[in-house]
Design a protein around this ligand. Structure first.
Ligand code: IMO
Ligand code: MG
Length: 419
């Protein structure tokens, strides 16, 4: 019985999609349990690039995927993605939890409005309506997938109440209800008790992959509040967000990029600007998969990585984008902070502490020009990595105290070195 949670250890965009597609090859089912269409999971399979937002990227290799109760679902997008994945993968099956909350057009509208009303402190959200949908869920005003199967008139009343409480005017309510009903019809045969399905599969000895969205530092409670997303992004959410007990998550693998990026506002102690940042952004194509925004770039931050690994009880780390880092001559790593004259090894993630943190760096040699063909490195194994890259990997492992079990050497699912 194996339930593997793949959790981002930074600010999202760690390459979870590709890693999930790799681990889902022998999985019975891959599950999304948090977030919504704010996620953008990119995976390259047999030279074709897929960009998924709600259906987990592991669907492409597992052939069966579930969207759990903890996800905020954009039904229009989900219907489109379902067609896309069905086309790519014959016999693909999707299971959608009736308990999942629906992101309505009203939520996307409110997402933009809320951002406009806080100039100077805007979060820089993806405007996918996740924040407002989460507000309504917690205010007990939300609409769940199951509600769409109820009487249309009742549904209309529910949405009317929501509009009234938000004090907005909305003209084409009939149109919203009509559209929602049509997507619900299209998705009707996917509705399923996701938790029960996972339990049965695991009892039968099947492996399940829980594909996290966002990253630990965007977690609503443990991230860089208020510059966070509106759901729980930690491994512990994999259980409640899918509908199983915590014993079903018996392996936690953290996913970390070899450097750091962040989209949107908020503290980022190791951020760099200028030539090196431009170089990494351009070489790595570091633009948001959901919004196309240029990602902020920085060096790997070990105080934050230690924090994230510990918070998730990460047993192993998959280090991604080692191929991208070849674009720089010298690589810096933040080994600790100085905060008000104190040395901090494991970050305290409170906004004030992070704002005051002075990163202390060490510089390591890069591996520019040392690899002719990264795919061949993946085939040949760990020893085929340049000496400097191995030094970098082993340095991080030692400093964080968690084994780096896999290193990603490219965007293709198979571009992975297992140690
Ligand atoms: P994946 O799963 C990167 C960021 C947004 C913003 C903040 C809040 O692809 O790693 P939201 O729209 O969630 O209310 O925005 O969170 N954010 C992400 N950044 N990757 C993601 O997901 C993200 N999901 C949300 O940029 O700063
Ligand atoms: Mg993303």
């Amino acid at each position: 019985m194996t339930g593997i949670a793949l959790i981002g250890l930074q600010w999202g965009d760690e390459g979870k999609g590709k890693v999930s597609a790799y681990f889902s090859r022998e999985a019975r089912l891959v599950v999304r349990f948090n977030g919504g269409a704010n996620a953008g999971h990119t995976v390259k399979l047999l030279n074709r690039v897929y960009r998924l937002h709600i259906i987990p990227a592991g669907a492409l290799t597992a052939g069966r995927a579930a969207v759990g109760p903890g996800v905020y679902v954009d039904l229009e997008l989900l219907s489109r993605e379902l067609e896309e994945v069905k086309e790519a993968r014959n016999g693909f099956r999707l299971y959608l939890s009736p308990k999942a909350h629906v992101v309505l057009p009203i939520h996307k509208h409110l997402d933009g409005e809320l951002e406009k009303k806080r100039p100077g402190s805007a979060i820089g959200t993806t405007r996918r309506g996740i924040g407002p949908a989460a507000m309504d869920k917690h205010a007990r005003l939300g609409v769940r997938v199951e509600d769409l199967t109820m009487d249309e008139q009742l549904l209309k009343e529910r949405i009317k109440q929501m509009i009234k409480i938000h004090n907005i005017t909305w003209n084409n309510l009939d149109n919203i209800v009509e559209k929602l009903t049509s997507y619900t019809h299209a998705l009707a045969d996917t509705l399923d008790d996701v938790g029960l399905r996972i339990r049965r599969e695991m009892e039968g000895g099947g492996k399940i992959v829980f594909e996290g969205a966002q990253g630990t530092l965007l977690d609503i409670d443990h991230g860089t509040y208020p510059y966070v997303t509106s759901s729980t992004t930690l491994a512990s959410a994999a259980a409640s967000g899918s509908g199983v007990g915590v014993k079903h998550i018996n392996k936690v693998i953290g996913v970390a990029k070899a450097y750091a990026t962040r989209v949107g506002s908020g503290p980022f102690p190791t951020e760099i600007t200028g030539e090196t940042a431009e170089l990494i952004r351009g070489y790595g194509g570091e633009y948001g998969a959901t919004t196309g925004r240029p990602r902020r770039i920085g060096w790997l931050d070990l105080p934050l990585l230690r924090y994230a690994a510990n918070l998730n009880d990460a047993e192993k780390i998959v280090l991604t984008r080692i191929d991208t880092l070849e674009c720089v001559e010298k690589i810096k790593v933040c080994v600790c902070y100085e905060v008000d004259g104190r040395r901090v090894e494991e970050a305290q993630v409170t906004s004030y502490e992070l704002m005051k943190a002075q990163p202390i760096y060490v510089e390591l040699g890069g591996w520019r020009g040392k690899v002719k063909n990264w795919s061949r490195v993946a085939e040949e194994g760990y020893g085929a990595l340049p000496r400097e890259a191995r030094r970098y990997i082993e340095f991080i492992e030692e400093e964080v105290g968690v084994e780096i079990s896999h290193v990603s050497t490219g965007p293709e699912v198979g571009d992975m070195v297992e140690r």
